[in-house]
Ligand binder design. Sequence first.
Ligand SMILES: C[S@@+](CC[C@H](N)C(=O)[O-])C[C@H]1O[C@@H](n2cnc3c(N)ncnc32)[C@H](O)[C@@H]1O
Length: 310
Amino acid sequence: MSADAHLPVLLHPAVDALEIASRSGGTFVDATFGRGGHSRLILERLGPHGRLIAIDRDPDAVRAAREIRDPRLVAVQARFSEFQAVLDELRAGGVDGVLFDLGVSSPQLDDPRRGFSFRFDAPLDMRMDPSQGASALDWLERADEAEIREVLSSYGEERFAKQIAKAIVAARRGGALRRTGELAAVVAAAVRTREPGQDPATRTFQAVRIYVNQELEELSLTLPQALAALRPLGRLAVISFHSLEDRIVKRFMREAARPAVPERLPLRARELPPPKLRIVGRPVRPGAAEIRSNPRARSAILRVAEKLAA
Ligand SMILES: C[S@@+](CC[C@H](N)C(=O)[O-])C[C@H]1O[C@@H](n2cnc3c(N)ncnc32)[C@H](O)[C@@H]1O
């Protein structure tokens, strides 16, 4: 695979879930274009009058999307939390399916200049859109120890958050925390036990990345917008890669699949406001063959729901 390629995870199950064939003239949104693995299959299934809106906050991803010469595709550089604004700008009205394939892409991890990975020594950046917000370095330089500890513990589920936060603060005082290699070395020295098959810095890098990109907030802000934009029978398909994301998706779908809590009580059963979504099938995980050929798929989980008529 070339350094700029991304092997899509759960490609067919996710795109099948959108049921494009039954509304091939409809509008679909790929909220996480990456390198377009899912988008290309959506385009294959979309009819000549269909439309695909591809969103990514990463300028490299949007550049890759714009190289696809297809009049049915429009690529927008935006945070997906700007979902409704993007649709308004494009005068898109309702949509028939929305796909999220969360997290980072292989090109982001594999481009040493992006500073996402402890595998390459690079300036600590980790922003999906390097022109927006604070980099990992900006944040690690000014955060206090308690805040670092809290981020490592909640976003990395790191048992040694306390020791690592302390070591980070000590290292930055000495000016030795500007690069990914330095952060990885500080973590390795602070963590006493090793999880098998995992670099000791894995959890720290995950936590800092999630925090710097506000990944969980983005997701929580966007799911309600996607639901609101869906037409009746429209599909929402979300692939997550760790339990923090999946918990948000699962809760959101479950809540929306329950009758809304009535403002006036008591109500008779038939007076209850109807649910907004129907959960479709059971969560889908990649099979052994996919995990063998793409280890990144290991922790993936796909959840699908369908918008119910109002
Ligand atoms: C796992 S990759 C998607 C891969 C894609 N499905 C493919 O097959 O090539 C996730 C992509 O979502 C983008 N992304 C993550 N969070 C985002 C957000 N809040 N807003 C917009 N794009 C986001 C990342 O920049 C990354 O390119």
